[in-house]
Design a protein around this ligand. Structure first.
Ligand code: GH3
Ligand code: MG
Ligand code: MG
Length: 272
């Protein structure tokens, strides 16, 4: 039998919920009516009914039915809206996360960076952007297969997370993102130039030293890192990332498996 399309399945699900709630309400109403009738008129089915009795019956019904049905409907709709909120949160998390590495994706990165940018404590503080790119990653895929390549991407994400793991008491913020295929960005708020370079060197060195092991295969990968530093961050992270990207190109050009710092080339050019 052909599978039901998702939209039809959702409609069927909604219709079933409505039908269940309706049936439940009817059953409750009938039960309340029965109980109220017996309470007001007794068990004598041939008894003569007085207007006062009918009035009492009407009042009791008016109170009894909503008193039973409303809480059921309210509890049910509260549960449904809670489920809906959970589902929306989960979707939102999914939309911001890279499924392979668990890091932020570009969308999540923009949101997190903009949020931090809006915080006054970040402006005027030092900040840095690291643009990290796995060297010759295409060859890794070609030699060991894409699944191994995926494991290598997860491996790099773990190295970055471990390196960036600042303690709870540390007021500095790190935003990590899988920026593209084999490119990762780390935004480091509150990091000085020396601290940012140390972190980049640590990441580069750890990647080079610790091999990727997956499904019986082992390979070493290296990383090139471009760094841009702002001594007094003005809150605009995009230019910082662009500078880090330019520095990354220099790290690649100069032989890979190295860290290049934006601005250092100009300094060298002026010195010569
Ligand atoms: P360079 O040192 O100049 O950066 O060389 P490179 O081979 O790393 O760069 P290139 O841009 O030529 O190749 C990037 C490769 O990354 C090609 C693509 O197949 C691979 N890639 C991108 N996303 C994924 C992914 O999600 N999983 C895997 N396994 N590979 C990916
Ligand atoms: Mg690469
Ligand atoms: Mg690349």
């Amino acid at each position: 039998m052909a599978a039901m399309p998702a939209e039809v399945r959702t409609n069927v699900d909604v219709a079933c919920r409505i039908a269940t709630l309706t049936v439940l309400s009817i059953v409750c109403s009938v039960c309340v009516s029965g109980i109220v009738t017996l309470m007001v008129f007794g068990f004598d089915l041939d008894a003569t009914v007085s207007v006062a009795g009918v009035l009492r019956f009407g009042i009791l019904m008016g109170i009894g039915v909503p008193a039973v049905v409303c809480p059921i409907v309210a509890v049910r709709s509260t549960m449904l809206s809670r489920d809906l909120n959970h589902a929306r949160d989960a979707l939102d998390r999914l939309a911001r996360t890279d499924h392979l590495t668990g890091l932020l994706n570009r969308r999540g990165f923009e949101q997190a960076a903009l949020r931090l940018q809006a915080e006054e404590r970040v402006a005027g503080e030092p900040a840095a952007a690291l643009m990290c790119d796995i060297d010759f990653f295409k060859k890794v895929n070609d030699q060991f297969g894409h699944e191994f390549g995926d494991a290598a991407l997860r491996h790099v994400a773990e190295v970055l997370l471990a390196a960036a793991g600042t303690s709870a008491a540390d007021p500095r913020d790190v935003v990590l993102v899988r920026y593209g295929g084999e490119e990762f960005v780390a935004l480091l708020f509150g990091f000085t130039r020396v601290e940012a370079v140390a972190l980049a060197e640590h990441v580069r060195e750890t990647c080079a030293r610790r091999p990727v092991v997956w499904n019986g295969n082992t390979a070493r990968i290296t990383m090139s890192v471009g760094i841009a530093v702002a001594a007094n961050f003005d809150g605009r992270f995009r230019p910082l990332v662009a500078l880090a990207d330019a520095a990354l190109y220099r790290a690649k050009r100069d032989g890979r498996n190295r860290v290049a710092i934006s601005g250092d080339d100009q300094r060298l050019a002026r010195a010569s």
